[in-house]
Ligand binder design. Structure first.
Ligand SMILES: NC(=O)c1ccc[n+]([C@@H]2O[C@H](COP(=O)([O-])OP(=O)(O)OC[C@H]3O[C@@H](n4cnc5c(N)ncnc54)[C@H](OP(=O)(O)O)[C@@H]3O)[C@@H](O)[C@H]2O)c1
Length: 264
C-alpha cells in the first residue's frame, strides 16, 4: 500500500509538539506540502527544523496563529488559502474537579478544542468540495466515549467533535471529501509525560511510571503502554489518503484497546 501526498497541501494545527508534530512529519515524509501551526514562532521554527533533520528537503510552511480565535483562523486562511487535508489537532487538557470548572474555563475549552476546528472546516471545506477531493480529520480522544471524572470538560469537547465530524461528513456527501474523527488513547507526548510523572512521583523511571499509570488508570488497555505519537499519525495519514474514500463520518479508535465498547 503506497500512501503518497505529492502535490497535496496539508494543514496540521497544533503541530509544534506531540501528535501534531508526528503527524506533520508523517505527511512531509509522504511528500505533502505541510503547513505547521502553533502560537509561537520559535517553537514553530524548532518543529520545522526537527522535521527537516529527519526528512531532508521536506516542503514545510509555518504559520503562527492561535486557532482558538477567529483572528487566528483568518491568519491561516490568508497564509494558506486552500488545503487538501485539514487535520484539526489542536487541543488542551486539564485535570479539574467537575464542580469546580468555571464558565470561563468551559468556554476556553470549547474555543480551543471545538470552535477552532469548526472555523477552519468552514473556511476550507467549500474549496475541497469544489475541487472534488478533500479530507478533514478531527483529533478527538478515547475520552469522547468514556468521560474522565477529572476532565469532564475535556471529555465533553472531544464528544462534540464526533458529532461535528459526522455532521460535516453529511454536508460533504458525494463530493469526494471525507470528514472523520480519530480517538487516540494516552499517547507518549511531552504533556502526558508531565501528567504521568505528577500522578506517580514515586516511580523509579518514566517507563515504570507509564506502566503503573496504565495499570492503575487505564487497566483495560490491551496495548499496556502509552501509544507513540507516530502510531496515531499513521491512522491520520491513511484516513487522509486517496486510499480511504469509503471511510467518512467515522469515529476511528487508535486507543490501544482501552475502550471496551464494541462501537464505534
Ligand atoms: N497526548 C495524549 O495522550 C492524547 C490522547 C488523546 C487525544 N489527544 C489529543 O491529541 C491532540 C494533540 O495532543 P498532544 O498531547 O499531542 O498535544 P501537545 O503535545 O500538548 O501539543 C499541543 C499543540 O497544540 C498547539 N496549540 C495549543 N494551543 C493552540 C492554539 N490555541 N492555537 C494553535 N496551536 C495551539 C501547541 O503549540 P504552541 O504551544 O506552540 O502554540 C502544540 O503544538 C489534542 O487534541 C489532544 O486532545 C491527546
Amino acid at each position: 500500500m503506497q500512501i503518497d501526498f505529492t502535490g497535496r497541501t496539508v494543514l496540521v494545527t497544533g503541530s509544534t509538539l506531540g501528535i501534531g508534530l508526528a503527524t506533520a512529519e508523517g505527511f512531509a515524509r509522504a511528500g505533502a506540502r505541510t503547513v505547521l501551526n502553533g502560537r509561537d514562532e520559535t517553537r514553530l521554527k524548532a518543529a520545522a527544523e526537527s522535521i527537516r533533520a529527519k526528512v531532508p528537503g521536506a516542503d514545510l510552511v509555518t504559520v503562527a496563529a492561535d486557532v482558538s480565535t477567529a483572528e487566528g483562523a483568518a491568519t491561516l486562511l490568508e497564509a494558506v488559502p486552500a488545503v487538501d487535508v485539514l487535520v484539526n489537532n489542536t487541543g488542551i487538557f486539564a485535570s479539574t474537579p467537575v464542580l469546580e470548572i468555571s464558565d470561563e474555563e468551559w468556554r476556553r475549552f470549547f474555543e480551543v478544542n471545538v470552535l477552532s476546528g469548526v472555523r477552519l472546516a468552514r473556511q476550507y471545506l467549500p474549496g475541497m468540495m469544489a475541487r472534488g477531493f478533500g479530507r478533514v480529520v478531527f483529533v478527538s480522544s478515547e475520552t469522547a466515549i468514556d468521560t474522565p471524572l477529572d476532565m469532564v470538560h475535556y471529555g465533553v469537547t472531544k464528544t462534540a467533535l464526533l458529532a461535528i465530524a459526522s455532521g460535516l461528513a453529511k454536508a460533504a456527501a458525494g463530493t469526494g471529501v471525507t470528514v472523520n474523527s480519530v480517538l487516540p488513547g494516552p499517547t507518549h507526548t511531552e504533556g502526558i509525560e508531565e501528567y504521568v510523572t505528577a500522578l506517580i512521583p514515586e516511580a523509579e523511571s518514566f517507563d515504570a511510571a507509564q506502566r503503573e499509570f496504565i495499570a492503575r488508570f487505564r487497566p483495560t488497555s490491551l496495548l499496556q503502554r502509552l501509544i507513540e505519537p507516530s502510531e496515531v499519525a499513521n491512522l491520520i495519514l491513511f484516513t487522509s489518503s486517496e486510499l480511504a474514500p469509503a471511510t467518512t463520518g467515522a469515529a476511528l479508535k487508535v486507543e490501544g484497546g482501552t475502550l471496551t465498547s464494541l462501537v464505534p
